[in-house]
Ligand binder design. Structure first.
Ligand code: MD6
Ligand code: FE
Length: 213
């Protein structure tokens, strides 16, 4: 971490890289409410493990928004799709749109209006290998990533897969905003360690908001 600015009336904001910021505790006060919205969503759209060319992912996924993310045995990584099977994904709830927009603003990206929210659920032992987020059309728009539940080590590399990787302990209520020069940098999540979170139990949940179309 190169630089931390602790504003007296705001969250701890750490610059991770060019255009990438870690907002510690940014949504801690509202996190329980967001989790309630997610539990409700999971009843109709349960998180499912996506298929990749390397086999099923350990992380389970569901979505909100005009388009969602689905597994793809043929290509690499994910494919953006219009719907989940027959059912369209529900709209991104207003409180979550508001959170994404406020977090993006706090990191210097004004007027962020995401059209998709990917919800990743990690059980103990799940992880996400180093990857780039490069399926979106407009790389001027950032990604807003919200962490809930068990802590995780977020890995942040560079433009190449073998660039040096930094490790950030992301906690319940943290938000990472990602854009600018580091928009396509490699990143991932280490294996989730056993633990119990007071609200989520033995789970970590991550929301990523994007403007994909
Ligand atoms: C996760 N997140 O934290 C996975 N991508 O569970 C991501 O892959 C991610 O957190 C782009 C920007 C922020 C992220
Ligand atoms: Fe990603």
């Amino acid at each position: 971490m190169q630089q931390s600015l602790n504003f007296t009336d705001g969250p701890l904001i750490t610059r991770i890289d060019d255009g990438a910021y870690w907002l510690q505790g940014f949504c801690l006060a509202q996190a329980e409410y967001y989790w309630q919205l997610l539990i409700y969503h999971f009843e109709a759209f349960p998180p499912q493990s996506m298929m990749t060319p390397m086999g099923p992912m350990s992380v389970k996924t569901t979505s909100f928004g005009e388009i969602g993310w689905e597994g793809d045995e043929n290509g690499y990584g994910y494919a953006l799709t219009k719907s989940s099977g027959q059912k369209n994904w529900p709209r991104i709830p207003e409180p979550l749109l508001d959170l994404a927009s406020r977090a993006a603003s706090a990191a210097g990206y004004q007027h962020f209006v995401p059209d998709t929210c990917l919800v990743n659920v990690y059980e103990v032992g799940a992880k996400m290998g180093l990857h780039q987020d490069k399926d979106e059309r407009d790389f001027s728009q950032p990604i807003v990533s919200v962490s809930l539940g068990l802590p995780a080590t977020f890995l942040f590399g560079g433009a190449a897969r073998d660039s040096q990787v930094r490790k950030m302990p992301v906690m319940h209520g943290d938000v990472v905003v990602w854009g600018g020069k580091s928009r396509r940098h490699f990143h991932g999540v280490s294996t989730i360690a056993p633990g119990q979170h007071p609200l989520l139990g033995a789970l970590r949940c991550n929301l990523t908001f994007r403007k994909a179309t």
